[in-house]
Ligand binder design. Sequence first.
Ligand SMILES: [Zn+2]
Length: 302
Amino acid sequence: MHTVIKSLLAFVLALHGAGAQAQVLFACEPEWAALARVLLPEAQIHVATSHTQDPHHIEARPALIAQLRAADMALCSGAGLEDGWLPVLQQRSGNPKVQVGQPGLFWATEGQSLIGAGASAGNPFTGDVHPQGNPHIHAHPQRLLAVAQTLARRMGQLWPEQALVIEERQRGFETRWQAHLKRWQSLSGALRDQAVVAQHTHFTYLWEWLGIKQVADLEPKPGLSPSPAHLQQLLRGLDQFHPKPLGLAVAMHQDPRAARWVLQQRPALKLWVWPATVSQTDEAGLVQWFDLLLRDLNEGRT
Ligand SMILES: [Zn+2]
């Protein structure tokens, strides 16, 4: 009964909210736009980057400045991922709502323990693009769910009149996501303790979730291009790993030449060229992305 009343109330509030002007959101990466769409479907959502772009390096174009200027909220990964371009956009937009320290600026990595953070964090002066730890947390579906929870709370603070509706949507998402998690777990048992190689650390949190070991990176440091000397060393190292790595993961926006060269030297490896994020910025897009990753990893096993 209690739930029925809450649902009714949420429905009435949603009707009421429909009359108000929809919020404008600015997402730095597509995965956060997808979560925002789940929680606030009526909002106008701009996305600064796509699955075909490198989110570390984006040009601060006038169109992006105009979008951020109009935004009621900005959603970004944080942990330094957007350091090369977001500060310029914030400054040029002149929008007080989305400046650092304001509730209108949401960092998805805030409150998460990041791989590579802390004492062992990288050095930006040596070209490391992850000086605060690895920011690509969206490749871990449980971490993504935790972000949805904190995002729902933040949206509720910003727009208290919609807080209940947003909370209802978040709970609905959580229920559906848990069902997907169960399904994905049933597909992933045999992947545990397998080894892989990757170019950059886009999928480090995917490996964390699945219990897979990334035994080598084509990049000498996060953000540094593969060098011939590094690749030679990597090949020598690969032969010593047991079990033998299943495959090599490269993000769609990356230069695939180094990966192809490694494949020529070690043809038993499978090459996975994946979008590093969703290509469709909604819940279905999130589900499809994890479906794709798991399908390819399982095919690599046979
Ligand atoms: Zn990165």
